[in-house]
Design a protein around this ligand. Structure first.
Ligand code: FE
Ligand code: FE
Ligand code: ZN
Length: 278
């Protein structure tokens, strides 16, 4: 089965987002748990959650991916910023159990803001250790980053170093963003097998649980993080379709985070990917 979707707004509720997904040919979707720049999450509406379950059933949506606000920084040098990250992560994970148990929750690891990657790695692991609960069914994913600014998680080694320090590590996985790893210097267009072998050796492919499928506005190793529509960037449509067809990846859920003004842009990309599916 091809599990393919895109990032969608939940401003009109979860049921509406599931219907949006179905309307563009998607069978999964990603959403921000709250304003991407942080702040309080909207109260969950039991009626919307019931309608969401029905809309999922109707649309064959078995899997969803939540995305933490991208400004969260559990590695910050400021105690109040770390505290805010902790509270948000803990609250989001609790909410996921109500929205739909057994799903995926993705976060950007954080930025070291001059403290050095080693300090950041232990702070991020401490935060994860503080929020993970043995009984929780949600899998926490660390996203591979482009290495813009002082972002941690550009290298597979940094991601592995965080996971190594996590106590309940069976609750942790990885989300690979094709634009980010490309910008980070991993040549998924020229040598996908080589990149996946490296991922397997350093992190373990069994940790890989979701893919953000984006083209990049910048060349390999640019450390920029500017997403592009599939086929309009430096990675190219063929290489991205090959990611969805690779034997080690093809059963994972794929999420488009490409720039579009409306849903029809995603519908087109999903259709092209389905046609390229082997
Ligand atoms: Fe992200
Ligand atoms: Fe991403
Ligand atoms: Zn990005």
């Amino acid at each position: 089965m091809f599990t393919i979707g895109c990032h969608l707004s939940i401003a009109k509720g979860f049921a509406a987002a599931a219907r949006d997904a179905t309307s563009i040919g998607a069978n999964t979707f990603q959403f921000f748990t709250r304003n991407p720049r942080g702040g309080k999450a909207k109260e969950l509406d039991p009626a919307d959650l019931a309608a969401f379950a029905a809309a999922r059933e109707a649309g064959g949506i078995d899997c969803i991916l939540a995305h933490a606000p991208y400004t969260l920084n559990p590695a910050s040098a400021k105690p109040e910023t770390c505290e805010f990250a902790l509270q948000t992560l803990a609250d989001d994970l609790l909410r996921m159990e109500q929205i739909m148990p057994g799903q995926l929750y993705n976060m950007h690891p954080g930025s070291h803001v001059g403290q050095g990657a080693d300090v950041a790695i232990s702070k991020i692991a401490d935060a994860i250790n503080a929020v993970l609960q043995p009984q929780q069914t949600t899998l926490l994913l660390l996203e591979t980053m482009a290495g813009k600014g002082s972002e941690v998680g550009r290298t597979f080694e940094e991601i592995a170093a965080i996971i190594e320090r996590v106590e309940l590590d069976d609750h942790v996985g990885v989300c690979l963003d094709t634009c980010h790893v490309w910008d980070g210097g991993y040549d998924i267009a020229g040598d996908l097998d080589g990149v996946l072998e490296e991922f397997d050796r350093i992190i373990g492919l069994e940790r890989l649980r979701a893919i953000h499928l984006n083209d990049s506005k910048n060349p390999l190793g640019a450390h920029k993080d500017r997403h592009e529509q599939l086929g309009r960037g430096f990675i190219g449509f063929e290489a991205l379709a090959a990611v969805t067809n690779h034997p080690a990846l093809r059963d994972l859920p794929f999420y488009l985070e490409t720039p579009h003004d409306d849903l029809s842009g995603y519908a087109d990309e999903i259709e092209r990917l389905k046609s390229a599916r082997q």
